[in-house]
Design a protein. Structure first.
Length: 249
């Protein structure tokens, strides 16, 4: 049975979800990793402060002595590389961080920061392009058009229609095509591993495994779209590859 102190800062809301009160702002939040950071030293394994209050506190500590904070972080990464990598991986999956990352990426593109870096690091860009895992797709134009048509000319992940897929390059915004998204980042380059993806979803998924990234914890998740992706990857893509082989295209 929970003690009095635990019951004082925890409650069950009308939807049957357990909520926790932040010790700083006194607001109530659903007790999950999106609202509270992990803390194995507490009874419920969540931090006593909500993420907003914790970020405010961390910001004050950093401003007071940034070098000390950097040194501590570097030392932790050095002593516990696997734990740190897992922490970053988990953090990157939260809706808050994804939105923050999306805005930062857009700002860098709009302000030309990416273009400036590419101009100043031509050798790195060249090496990346030469060694990129999926530089050359083994997908014909007909196969790609069939793939997009199968998904109704929408992003397979979030459902964004091609008519709304605008991209910005060098300060110019225009209608763009979807990415030939590799569901398995380290898989094949043919149609069996390809679905159409918008810029945002392509960037967010990155190297994450499909099941790990596209699930009920992802704000853009849809069971219907998940089923369609699975059906395409498991069987339907073969219809279009078979057409290519028979026709000799």
């Amino acid at each position: 049975m929970a003690g009095r102190k635990y019951a004082e800062y925890h409650r069950i809301n009308e939807q049957g979800q357990e909520e926790k009160q932040c010790k700083d702002c006194k607001e109530w939040f659903v007790m999950n990793s999106e609202n509270f950071g992990k803390d194995n030293g507490t009874q419920d394994h969540f931090h006593q402060s909500c993420r907003t209050c914790q970020r405010a506190y961390n910001s004050k500590v950093y401003q007071k002595d940034p070098e000390k904070v950097k040194a501590r972080t570097f030392e932790y990464r050095k002593l516990h590389p696997d734990k740190y990598k897992q922490h970053i991986k988990t953090r990157n999956q939260t809706a808050i961080h994804k939105e923050r990352h999306r805005k930062a990426e857009k700002r860098r593109r709009d302000e030309g920061i990416y273009q400036e870096w590419q101009r100043n690091n031509k050798d790195k860009v060249k090496d990346y392009n030469n060694t990129r895992q999926h530089k050359n797709h083994k997908i014909t134009t007909q196969e790609w058009e069939s793939c997009k048509m199968y998904f109704n000319h929408c992003c397979a992940y979030c459902g964004l229609p091609i008519e709304e897929h605008y991209i910005t390059r060098r300060g110019i915004t225009k209608l763009g095509d979807f990415h030939k998204e590799h569901v398995d980042h380290f898989g094949t380059n043919d149609l069996s591993n390809c679905i159409p993806s918008c810029n945002s979803c392509n960037s967010q998924k990155w190297e994450f495994p499909f099941e790990e990234w596209y699930n009920e914890n992802n704000p853009i998740y849809s069971q219907e779209r998940y089923n369609k992706i699975a059906k395409w990857l498991n069987e339907d893509y073969q219809k279009f590859i078979k057409i290519k082989k028979v026709a000799g295209l």
